[in-house]
Design a protein around this ligand. Sequence first.
Ligand SMILES: O=C(O)CCC(=O)C(=O)O
Ligand SMILES: [Fe+2]
Length: 316
Amino acid sequence: MTTATTALTQLRLTPAAGRIGAIVHDVTLGGDLSAETVAAIEAALYEHKVLFFRGQQHLDDAGHEAFARLLGQPVGHPTVPSVDGRYIFELDATKGARANNWHTDVTFVPSYPKASILRALELPEAGGSTVWANTVAAYQDLPAPLKTLADSLRAVHTNDYDYAARPDASPEAAELFRRVFVSTTFKTEHPVVRVHPVTGEKTLLLGGFAQRIAGLPTADSQALLALFQRYVERLENTVRWDWQVGDVAIWDNRATQHYAVNDYGDQPRLVRRITLDGDLPVGVDGTASRLLEPADPPAVPGLVPAEQLEAALHQG
Ligand SMILES: O=C(O)CCC(=O)C(=O)O
Ligand SMILES: [Fe+2]
């Protein structure tokens, strides 16, 4: 048993794996948590990168959002409409939504979300777990010459990747998903090594939306992306969570990647997510991320300040 100590509140935590993840006990999530408890949750999140809370069946969409607001500003997805007209992003396996590729959420826009809060509503009898990887530990695992190389690189991330290439997607499902997900094509150049704005830790910023290394030929790009990604996916840097209905997971989206294991056939699985507004990444040399496309960007999360979107959302 370990405890995350803040000035006033201690959370009861048990580690979920050696290098990432902790289970938080005795907290009932909602919009009414004390500032001290929220501060303790934030501190634990930055330390452990992903937090798990069992038994949160009482949370509905409104409670999910009320809790999310204590940790930051909720933001919608840049292209996929929310299911509640507000911020809820739903992944319904019966509609083909299966996030079984390693990724950090929404990295195809510059100020991608700082955190995601996911709750499980319906699960298969077995399987359907989710794996997170610690991208700080991945960076630390790099041999010194590879650290130096990674520090110097930038990568282009896009939502326009080859969904049809996923071996388990039917052509129809891939096409439908693509029509919505890539209704606007975004391209963003990020540093490969992001300095975490809160912890100061260096993190590898890659994952499924990373398409190529800026300035390199395709073959060299692919080789380097695979090389660095291999350190992220090392099992030592991961935690695997076997969900129960009512579980909530919160991850530091600036220090992790995740993968939803697609091993449950056509059984139902339903999860709902709220993401929190992020900030502009900077690399080791202080250079910020930048949007490459579209030239005339629409007003979507990650491109314009969330308060403006919030105001627009609540106008009529
Ligand atoms: O289905 C899951 O467990 C995770 C899905 C996912 O990638 C996400 O919610 O960001
Ligand atoms: Fe995700």
